[in-house]
Design a binder for this molecule. Structure first.
Ligand code: N7H
Length: 466
């Protein structure tokens, strides 16, 4: 069983956050001094047990306020986690085989296979990424908090440990990304407007039972990798005004729907959920915010409704949530091809929005002027089986899910094609399911990222630090 005091807090529960700063760093040449200083960071790392306490405190604070009819008092909560890339481990002299080739090679080497755009050169493919991610990043320190001041104060503590900025610094920052949850009623919603972070896999080891997916495929890892997890981080820009313009121009022409309702329905059918989070597999024609907010109902569906996963009546095969977690499409696939288990494909999504709200000017032009999107962060026990497979073999593969009566097409949210103006999908119109809809552009644009390993706290203390 996983020991909650030993697993970093962002993985299993998620650091509580209003704002998060990701500090990407390179380790300087005095590696042994870095490793000595790392031992001073270890006691500050937020464990899963700590996060469970923090969440209990937040809940108690809310309940106490509700009873008194007051606003909850402000809680100062900060969290710190750390993860290392393969180049970072090598820099520290840790070269054991960790059993994940995507991690070993790094995300830059993977960019082309993920479908990111770029330029082929004599020395290899160079993606259209920001410069920091085209150079080695050794690690990332994640700092979360209730407000910017808390994060800033915590960051200063961390920098002091490593003498950052001084002549004897042992690490230097190569990039800082700041994410903020969206304001007011948009809290928890990503920039296209959809509630996010609803469907997460249950980690059975966490409940003292082994994860069935892990039982069948024992991972060969050094002992120090136990209780750790791989982190796929992606810096994803979202073209929100352009996405909204597309929905506005292409309302689904269903009887009884106004153009606005037709546009809203199209958005829901591209994502697989309404903006409230309600799954269209349960409520296909009308949003149901109460359902979207109810954790006992909002994930209770399989795309097998009523008992046949071969139609797009309720949800297009290529809808983002169906592509990235196909449920019955694989698990109920008949022999000899199926059933195909999906446990090893599940990822735990953390991450946070970045950038400002869409301005009135951008909305009226239908054009992005300010950068915004998602710092996508997904944990998994193996990146090749998890993030890499989902992006490459599912989202970017028009023929997936297999054995469908019509070709599903691309994941309209994150699917990437060689020609970004060539993407299509079927099933958006429930009354004409084989009709193909052309998507004019890719609305999610990757600008970088890296693969990391988030070790257990005891490994940080006993193996990485000294
Ligand atoms: Fe997605 N979106 O707003 O459209 N995602 N995602 N994602 N995503 C999900 O069910 C979104 C991205 C997954 O179990 C929801 O929690 C956006 C990448 C998976 O049913 C929404 C971006 C990858 C799920 C979004 C983005 C995934 C999921 C519904 C980029 C992996 C769970 C909320 C900017 C390669 C599916 C929920 C399930 C859900 C959106 C990225 C994967 C609203 C905007 C890169 C596995």
């Amino acid at each position: 069983p996983l020991d909650p005091a030993n697993v970093q807090g962002d993985i299993l529960v998620g650091l509580p956050k209003k704002t998060q700063t990701y500090v990407f760093f390179q380790i300087d040449d005095n590696v042994s001094a870095f490793r000595t200083q790392l031992s001073k960071l270890v006691p500050l790392i937020t464990s899963t047990s700590q996060v469970l306490n923090d969440h209990a405190q937040i809940l108690a604070n809310k309940q106490a306020a509700a009873e008194k009819g007051r606003k909850p008092t402000l809680l100062t909560l900060a969290g710190i986690n750390i993860a290392f890339s393969h180049t970072g481990l090598v820099k520290m002299g840790i070269t054991d085989e960790i059993g994940d080739s995507a991690f070993d090679e790094g995300q830059l080497a993977d960019a082309q296979d993920l479908g990111d755009k770029g330029t082929p050169t004599s020395t290899g493919f160079v993606p259209d990424w920001i410069p920091a991610f085209k150079n080695p990043v050794h690690g990332v320190i994640l700092i979360s908090g209730d407000c910017h001041a808390t994060v800033q104060a915590t960051l200063i503590k961390v920098e002091q440990i490593f003498n950052v900025g001084a002549h004897n610094a042992t690490l230097h920052e190569v990039l800082r990304l700041v994410g903020d949850v969206r304001p007011g009623a948009e809290n928890g919603h990503e920039h296209f407007g959809f509630l996010d972070g609803i469907s997460q896999p249950a980690v059975k080891d966490f409940d003292t039972k082994p994860n069935p997916g892990q039982e069948t495929k024992p991972v060969t890892r050094p002992a120090w990798a136990l209780d750790g997890s791989f982190l796929a981080l992606r810096y994803l820009f979202q073209l929100v005004p352009e996405f909204n313009t597309f929905l506005k121009k292409n309302p689904l022409p269903l009887p009884g729907l106004t153009p606005e309702q037709g546009s809203e329905l199209l958005g829901a059918r591209l994502v697989g959920r309404w903006k409230s989070g309600a799954p269209i597999d349960i409520t296909p024609l009308k949003d149901n915010p109460a359902l979207g907010a109810d954790p006992l109902q909002n994930n209770n569906f399989r795309y097998a409704f009523p008992d046949d996963p071969q139609t797009q009546d309720r949800c297009p095969f290529a809808a983002h949530t169906r592509k990235t977690n196909p449920r019955a499409d694989l698990e109920d696939l008949p022999p000899p091809t199926g059933p195909v288990p999906t446990e090893s494909r599940r990822i735990i999504r953390r991450g946070i929005q970045f950038g400002p709200e869409v301005t009135p000017l951008e909305a009226s032009l239908g054009q992005t002027k300010l950068g915004r999107g998602l710092i996508f962060a997904a944990y998994q026990s193996n990146i090749v089986n998890g993030f890499q497979f989902i992006q490459h073999s599912w989202a970017n593969t028009a023929g997936f899910p297999i054995q469908k009566p019509v070709t599903p097409g691309f994941d309209p949210i994150i699917g990437q094609a060689a020609d970004p103006t060539s993407r299509t999908l079927t099933g958006t119109n429930p009354n004409n399911q084989s009709a193909s809809l052309s998507l004019p552009i890719e609305w999610v644009v990757p600008k970088g990222g890296e693969y990391f390993f988030a070790p257990s706290i005891s490994t940080l203390r006993d193996t990485f630090a000294f």
